[in-house]
Ligand binder design. Structure first.
Ligand code: TXA
Ligand code: MG
Length: 307
């Protein structure tokens, strides 16, 4: 069976160089031993992801950071003390020996300590970092359940050597916030589960704007996209008006509960695809708290797509 709740089996799979789709508090990741180049290469094959897109290394605790980063600025230490384990990824200069397959040959590395009991247990038991992108096909909506992973990658994974570790539905539902500490001041590269307002407060307000050429693939204009068309509107009235003139459309509006909006966003888009909905009319949340991440993902889902 490809889907299982058996952490013992997940440990075996990682040790044997296989792939384990892991539940995290944000979305499911497709994990391999980050010190095993052949295993990491298979992540890219299975996802259909360009090999120069770097991966996040997931760690059991902040104590492991020195094996991966050559230096850690005090500002980064301050942030991770508060935010780890949790939905925060930090970019640091990489340590010697970190595989090019993991970093996309960059001289930096992305690190995160996830907060999910199954992922934490697996990370502690294997004792190595786990390189993992979101466990979706490249460009598609991230998976927030084991069934989503199976839908996307079930026919590309090998039940004899891979596993989807079922940890239920991901509590947050959008990816981690990525903060780049290589440049000074630090810069948010991707809005995510930790609100940018919290990060700014913890860093005493010193944070660069997320502008300029992006170095995170999640910042491609079109990404996180379902098959259906996504149209964005500012409020419920606009949504009703647009639905009235759009055949086979439905409204997505959880703006009165941003936690629920983040949690349900990807599942709702996937479900619309499964039901053959032509157009999802999504109401944009206000730009604060989790609203930043939800707006970012909706904008990407609605962006013009490459042919
Ligand atoms: O919540 C998350 O972050 C999930 C879970 C599984 O941890 N992971 C995730 O991974 O969203 P992925 O690969 O789908 O997105 C990670 C982003 C990519 O846009 C990648 O380009 C960027 O992080 N990234 C990774 N390493 C980087 C680096 N050294 N410098 C800049 N960006 C980096
Ligand atoms: Mg992704």
């Amino acid at each position: 069976m490809l889907i299982s709740t058996d952490v013992d089996r997940a440990v075996e799979v990682i040790r044997a160089g296989g792939l384990v789709a892991i539940p995290t508090e944000t979305v499911y990741g497709l994990a391999a031993d980050a010190t095993n180049a052949a295993a990491v290469k298979r992540i890219f094959e299975v996802k259909g992801r360009p090999v120069d897109h770097p991966l996040i290394v997931h760690l059991a605790s902040a104590d492991q950071i020195d094996g991966w980063a050559s230096s850690v600025p005090p500002t980064a230490r301050r942030l991770i003390e508060v935010a780890w384990p949790g939905p925060l990824t930090i970019i640091l200069p990489r340590a010697d020996g970190v595989l090019d397959e993991v970093t996309g040959s960059l001289d930096t590395v992305a690190l995160r300590v996830p907060a999910h009991p199954s992922a934490s247990e697996l990370l502690e038991r294997v004792g190595v970092g786990l390189a993992a992108p979101s466990a979706n096909r490249f460009g598609a909506v991230s998976p927030t359940s084991a069934e989503h992973v199976f839908h996307d990658l079930g026919d590309r994974l090998d039940p004899a050597r891979d596993l989807i570790l079922d940890g239920g539905s991901c509590p947050i539902g959008v990816e981690s916030t990525i903060v780049d500490f290589v440049n000074d001041p630090p810069q948010v590269l991707r809005a995510g589960g930790v609100p940018v307002e919290d990060i700014r407060r913890l860093l005493d307000g010193v944070l660069a704007n997320a502008s300029g050429p992006s170095r995170a693939s999640g910042m491609l204009a079109s990404h996180y996209a379902p098959s259906c068309e996504v149209r964005l509107v500012d409020d419920a009235d606009d949504a009703f008006a647009r639905r009235a003139r759009t055949p086979n459309s439905e409204i997505l509006d959880l703006t009165d509960d941003l936690v629920a909006y983040a949690h349900d966003l990807y599942a709702r888009l996937r479900d619309a695809d499964a039901r053959g909905v032509g157009t999802v009319i999504a109401v944009m949340p206000a730009p604060n708290g989790l609203g930043h991440a939800i707006r970012d993902r909706l904008l990407k889902a609605a962006a013009p797509r490459p042919d």
